[in-house]
Design a protein around this ligand. Structure first.
Ligand SMILES: Nc1ncnc2c1ncn2[C@@H]1O[C@H](COP(=O)(O)OP(=O)(O)OP(=O)(O)O)[C@@H](O)[C@H]1O
Length: 642
């Protein structure tokens, strides 16, 4: 043994997570072994890749890379050993003592809440999404001892902890390269889901179930006593190591796909869809992709992992290969095994490789096609996938102009047609009224705000369906996409509305229209001048039935929410002035006209104009530029009426 022991504290979040893991009511404790084996396998991949790509590292060219499991019944320990890349002392502090994942604090908070409400299923799914990795060892062990030496370094380190708040570190001489994790097992307790992990058949069963596709041999020494009492010792390889993606589809069972998916994704649920394909010809590759059934908690975090695993002729090259999947499909998991790439290939090279771009195009088409198939054949499953990943897929409408049509076919949105169900654009088009050629929508923060917006009034009165778009990304894509299947997409808060009848349901003649314009000929220019700080025009509206006024944009104007989003992203854009539309049949507006015709200079009228504008802004969920002034004007007015 080397130097003295140093005791260090776990980072606060790690401590919290460990407490949750140790005291969790999580039932499936067996997965600790999958997690440790998966870490060992990653360490072997890293060593192999370093040896293949860096000739200065010849000494790390270990011939027999493997994972070794060892049961010691006397000491009540189970050890998972690998001769992989290993860790330095600093790695240990950084990788095992802290959690670098973004969104950790938020997730821990959610887990705590579910714990308080004793919602075991939610806790499991949250912990599952997070991936407790190494820490899952503490579900079954009351002490863990890890010994490791990084390839290319001279001395090793021992890490030991009971998971309660601190861990001990000390240097250890003469360790082999690689890592061994020794679990000092808690007593078996079937009520608590703790199996006897000293049992050889149990370990075999867990490896077969969770780690059969691991591409390195997982070995264990076994003892067999025959009828004569003769004991023979053997070394068994517990896993089949078959590269599932390389096998013909017809020979792979559904269960095998699921288990493989769970191994690569660490998800505890079965995937919603499996896509297995092989491309032959000039650039050969196999791909096995999965659409999960649940979105990871960090799907919208900047640091979320993107892309699938890349292999070259069965050799693992990298995780999260962004070049193979666009950002908006970052939730797709899986493996691509390309036959004609160099093992030395880098992320930068991949980004610019023409053939890789071809592969990516094909994979995207496959994934979108699979979701489309789901939509026509299994509406319920499609609805679930859309609920989980729709927001991400809609980013594709902004990012991926090659697949606009395919993505638009997938879009599902809330609509005034049915308060419970969403609709596709195609279904909307099929329901359009005779003579209607435009798809109407309104964006906003919540369904209630959109539904109660004054802009809706005439559309509701005349039975026109309006899509209700409440995801922030909706603001962006509707701005870029002009039409669907030849039908214009139009915001009902923008441009002139030209519904076939007037708001009360009767067709208005040109003569009536002209007379009305004449009636308001003096008021409108005066209001436009009076409110020139706030709006660029005041005009009469045909979209209102009950409200006095609403604010609309020009057809090409940026919407207020989008304007806010651009500002929040630090973009400089000039303030966008919109248009105030008045309901010519509303008593407030007719009274305002009469008062104005009687004496245009009354300063009280200007204040009423301001109140009309402010109320219209509030009605659409907007922010008043000067709320204190608005409240004062309103209070004065109300006082005078009493
Ligand atoms: N056997 C090992 N050999 C080398 N490094 C290891 C080993 N086990 C763990 N590590 C290092 O510690 C890190 C943290 O491991 P942990 O299992 O907690 O998370 P992870 O594997 O990165 O994430 P996840 O389990 O969610 O995939 C790993 O990323 C790896 O760098």
């Amino acid at each position: 043994m080397g130097s003295s022991v140093e005791t260090l504290e776990f980072q606060a979040e790690t401590r919290q997570l460990l407490r949750l893991v140790i005291h969790s009511i999580y039932s499936n404790k067996d997965i600790f072994l999958r997690e440790l084996i998966s870490n060992a396998s990653d360490a072997l991949d890293k060593l192999r890749l370093e040896a293949l790509t860096d000739s200065s590292q010849a000494e790390i060219n270990t011939p027999d890379l493997h994972i070794w499991l060892e049961i010691d019944k006397g000491a009540r320990t189970l050890t998972v050993r690998d001769n992989g890349i290993g860790m330095t002392r600093d790695d240990l502090v950084e990788l095992i003592g802290t959690i670098a994942k973004s969104g950790t604090a938020g997730l821990l908070e959610k887990i705590k809440e579910s714990k308080e409400s004793k919602d075991a299923a939610t806790i499991e799914s949250l912990i599952g999404q997070f991936g407790v990795g190494f820490y899952s060892a503490f579900m079954v062990a009351d002490k863990v001892t890890l010994r490791t030496r990084r390839a290319g370094t001279d001395s090793g380190t021992q890490w030991e902890s009971d998971g309660e708040g601190t861990y001990d570190l000390q240097s250890v001489d003469s360790l082999p390269v690689g890592t061994s994790v020794t679990l000092h097992l808690k007593p078996a307790d079937s009520e608590d889901g703790l199996a006897d992990y000293l049992s050889e058949p149990k370990i075999r069963q867990i490896v077969k179930q969770y780690s059969d596709f691991i591409r390195w041999p997982i070995r264990m020494a076994t003892e067999r006593t025959d009828a004569e009492g003769e004991t023979t010792r053997d070394i068994d390889t517990l896993n089949s190591m078959k590269a599932l993606w390389a096998r013909p589809r017809a020979e792979v069972t559904e269960d095998e796909y699921h288990e493989f998916y769970q191994q690569i994704s660490h998800d505890w649920l079965a995937p919603a869809e499996t896509i297995h394909m092989r491309a032959e010809g000039t650039f050969e590759y196999e791909a096995l992709l999965f659409i999960p059934s649940q979105a990871p908690f960090d799907l919208f975090s900047r640091e979320t992992k993107r892309g699938v695993q890349l292999y070259v002729k069965r050799v693992f090259i990298m995780d999260d290969c962004e070049a193979l999947m666009p950002d908006y499909l970052r939730f797709v998991k899986g493996v691509v095994d390309a036959h004609d790439l160099s093992l030395n290939v880098s992320r930068e090279i991949l980004q610019h490789d023409r053939q890789i771009r071809g592969v990516r195009r094909r994979l995207v088409k496959k994934v979108l096609g699979a979701i489309k198939d789901m939509q026509s054949k299994d509406a319920e499953r499609y609805a679930k996938v859309w609920a989980q990943f729709g927001r991400a897929l809609k980013e594709g409408l902004v990012e991926d102009t090659d697949n606009t049509e395919a993505l638009l076919e997938l879009v599902s949105a809330a609509s005034t047609h049915d308060p419970e169900k969403t609709t596709t654009l195609r279904e909307y088009v099929e329901r359009m009224k005779d003579g209607q050629d435009t798809i109407y929508y309104l964006t906003g923060e919540t369904r209630a705000m959109v539904e109660n917006s004054p802009h809706m009034e005439a559309f509701a009165a005349k039975g026109y369906e309006v899509l209700i778009l409440t995801d922030p990304v909706d603001e962006v894509w509707v701005d870029r996409i002009p039409s669907f299947d030849g039908h214009r997409l139009q915001s009902i808060a923008k441009g002139q509305v030209d519904l076939d009848e007037s708001a009360d349901g009767e067709t208005e003649t040109d003569a009536e229209k002209a007379r009305r314009e004449q009636d308001f000929a003096a008021l409108l220019p005066w209001l436009t001048t009076t409110l020139s700080e706030q709006v660029k025009q005041v005009r009469l509206s045909s979209r209102l039935t009950t409200s006095a006024a609403c604010i609309v944009g020009d057809a090409r104007d940026v919407s207020p929410t989008l304007e806010k989003m651009y500002r929040a992203m630090g973009q400089q854009i000039p303030p966008v002035k919109r248009i105030l539309e008045l309901n010519p049949a509303h008593p407030l507006i007719t009274a305002l006209r009469t008062a104005h015709d009687a004496g245009a200079d009354d300063p009280a009228l200007a204040e009423i104009a301001e109140l009309v504008y402010g109320s219209a802004l509030l009605a659409e969920g907007g922010d008043l530029p000067d709320p204190a002034r608005f409240t004062r004007l309103l209070t004065d007015r109300l006082t005078r009426t009493l």
